[in-house]
Design a protein around this ligand. Structure first.
Ligand SMILES: C=C1C[C@]23C[C@H]1CC[C@H]2[C@@]12CCC[C@@](C)(C(=O)O1)[C@H]2[C@@H]3C(=O)O
Ligand SMILES: O=C(O)CCC(=O)C(=O)O
Ligand SMILES: [Fe+2]
Length: 354
């Protein structure tokens, strides 16, 4: 039985296709065939005037009256929302953003020194799911599970501590906010601290695990035929996302389509992931989202994927289950679920259906 999150990466390595070469996206004048997706991908974006009719709800965490009301609606219909007054200082976010920019603007050969291994968790490279697709995505990633010290040493032998300090500070802030958000979301379902033993005696989610995913989307010579990150749901309980001041993120709404989420200065985007979908017995479904790229401006994002402690089995909360609402999913640990996702991808959640 795997017990650490990184075991999921060792037991389920994702192999890169031999026929797709590693390319430095930042230097390409034309879209190579390896990155050219069928054009139906980006065709489905809403036109700007229609998109303006559908706005991802913005929730003020300091508003005890309207906040919770908007939250329930957002969780049920969008699977995502933006938050303001979240308590994370702008400085911390901007320090992390600057560190990420510094990393991605290194020469390609330098970045490869910090490459993520096929069976590893931390490091530079295409996102983990990219090997499941015949085409490459127009993005570079840097995944951080725990401390990035070994990889930072490769990149900046004489000055690796500053990158580590900034990520540590950011992860700490994110973990605290994620715990806070968990209770806001859970309380909206009528769940209290007694209902979740793994949250710890004070409900502080001390042993919960977070993964920091930095994403860079270089300027793209042919954005209509490329995709930054293909449509997916996150495996997390919830994900806290900072997007730099450049649009690109889209969330899928049934009967509407792909809605763009314009960046709001100082706001963070929250996505519901598959594990919260399971925990809420499907009441709060995980959100399908993707990233489109553009011709003029580089884009950066930082996603904090928050999950339960390793070894904790997530299953529909008993308070949400009764004779009329039978449990829809069988119990699963995050590690086990990541392994399923690496094999089944879109079908991973339904494979857990009872
Ligand atoms: C703990 C996680 C969760 C991962 C895999 C692993 C490390 C990085 C996460 C992401 C981040 C980018 C999208 C995604 C789909 C990907 O390819 O890598 C995510 C995936 C998941 O949510 O399933
Ligand atoms: O870049 C973004 O806005 C989204 C990134 C994302 O979906 C992820 O890292 O899981
Ligand atoms: Fe995502």
């Amino acid at each position: 039985m795997p017990s650490r999150l990184s075991d999921a990466f060792e037991t389920h390595p994702t192999f890169q296709h031999h026929h797709i070469q590693n390319l430095d996206l930042n230097s390409l004048q034309h879209l190579p065939d390896s990155h050219a997706w069928a054009s139906e991908l980006t065709d489905y974006s809403l036109s700007p005037d229609i998109n303006g009719l559908f706005n991802l709800p913005i929730i003020d965490l300091n508003d005890p009256i309207n906040g919770p009301k908007h939250l329930v609606h957002a969780c049920k219909t969008w699977g995502a929302f933006q938050i303001i007054n979240h308590g994370v200082s702008n400085q911390v976010v901007h320090r992390m953003e600057a560190a990420a920019k510094k990393l991605f603007s290194l020469p390609y050969e330098e970045k490869l020194k910090a490459e993520r291994f096929e069976d590893g968790a931390t490091g530079y490279g295409p996102i983990r799911i990219s090997s499941l697709f015949p085409k490459r995505m127009w993005s570079e990633g840097f995944t951080i599970v725990g401390s990035p010290i070994q990889h930072a040493r490769e990149l900046w032998p004489d000055n690796y501590t500053s990158f580590c300090d900034v990520t540590e500070e950011y992860q700490k802030e994110m973990k605290e906010l994620a715990g806070k958000l968990m209770w806001i979301v859970l309380e909206s379902l009528g769940i209290t601290k007694e209902d979740i033993s793994w949250a710890g005696p004070n409900g502080e989610f001390k042993d919960s695990v977070g993964v920091l995913q930095l994403n860079s989307y270089p300027i793209c010579p042919d954005p209509d035929r490329a995709i930054g990150i293909v449509d997916h749901t996150d495996s997390s309980l919830l994900t806290i996302l900072h997007q730099s001041n450049q649009s690109g993120l889209q969330v899928f709404r049934e009967e509407i389509g792909w809605v763009s989420v314009p960046p709001v200065e100082g706001a963070l985007v929250v996505n519901i992931g598959d594990l919260l979908h399971i925990l809420s017995n499907g009441l709060y479904p995980s959100v399908l989202h993707r990233v489109v790229v553009n011709r003029d401006r580089h884009r950066l994002s930082m996603a904090y994927l928050y999950g339960p402690p390793n070894n904790v089995e997530i299953s529909p909360l008993s308070k949400l289950v009764d004779h009329y609402h039978p449990p829809l999913y069988r119990p699963v640990t995050w590690t086990e679920y990541l392994g399923m996702k690496a094999k089944l991808f879109y079908k991973a959640l339904s494979a857990l259906r009872l």
